[in-house]
Design a binder for this molecule. Sequence first.
Ligand code: GAL
Length: 366
Amino acid sequence: MNVVRKMLFTGLVMAVMTGTAFASGQQGSQDTGKGLIGVVMPTRSEERWIKDGNAVKEGLEKLGYKVNLQFSDDDIPTQTRQIDDMITGGVKALVIASIDGSALSNQLANAAAAKIPIIAYDRLLMQSPNVDYYVSFDNYKVGGQMGDILIRGLKLDQATTAKPVIIELFAGSPDDNNSVGFYQGAMDKLQPYFTKGVLRVPSGQIERTVIGTLRWDASEAQKRMENLLSAYYSGNVVLDGILSPYDPISLSTLEACKAVGYGTTPGKPLPIVGGQDCVIASCKSILAGEQYATVLKDTRSLGAATVTLVDTLMQGRTPNGLDTQSYNNGAKIVPSLLLDSVIVTKDNLISAVVDTGYHTAAELGL
Ligand code: GAL
């Protein structure tokens, strides 16, 4: 983590702990009235967004706000309608985790015209000047952790050109700007090993646009993995690892490998696979020695940071200490608050996930 980001993160933790985040730089009149806040999450079918939505809602309600929380079923017209309704319903601020980051420009323009501040949550809202803040994790660093997982799990530092390590690559949804950071962060870590010739991708499918998974759909990734295995791995070639940007993709690509004998055939161990989001099924898989690792992005911290930001804005204050360099959405640089994430393997899963209460022992079947 670079120094600026480390300072931002440290500041955030202190702010969340003390409840005084962004407290300086007051401006304008003090509107301390507690209003209605609109919160839109992309889908209810993925574990994390339910946690995210609930964390933001509960945090805001504790401070006395009313919250209209909606999930958009991964359907863009549903999301645009929900935001339209929130604007006409008189929300005082909008927190939006988009489906397609570029699909909401009209809604954002209408919100801006009504002087409703807009916070892009986890996923950056793209191609619009009407985005006030971005609260997320450091997506490039998360990608770097995905790369580190493979470097460590595949022992890439010991690999030789005589026996290169074999992997295939998967990326996130092409319409989600986060996919760019995850991919770039991971590839910057892996590139030296490609250059040395100790790491190979037999399919040659390397570009983000080629390896993307629309809407992060695990079954689409599973089909692509099946196709890769039958097209490039029919001889003696054994897949050693998979770059996965998301836990359900990790699990579905592992399933495709199991279906052709990985994990049960001598000389074909399950490939090393990382992931992201620390979903319950992946935690169980990690404890069972199947998925190798994941990246924990604690939705509680993201929720708390968002609540503090909304409250700051509602009090008429100006947030400070934000990153004003990293995230250009194509129309402006969006001031960003970027949190830190943690690699989770079998070794630290209990301390990082269960002891912190992110998942309970019972949820993990322990
Ligand atoms: C990304 C998010 C990831 C993962 C993925 C699929 O935008 O940053 O953590 O949740 O969406 O939902």
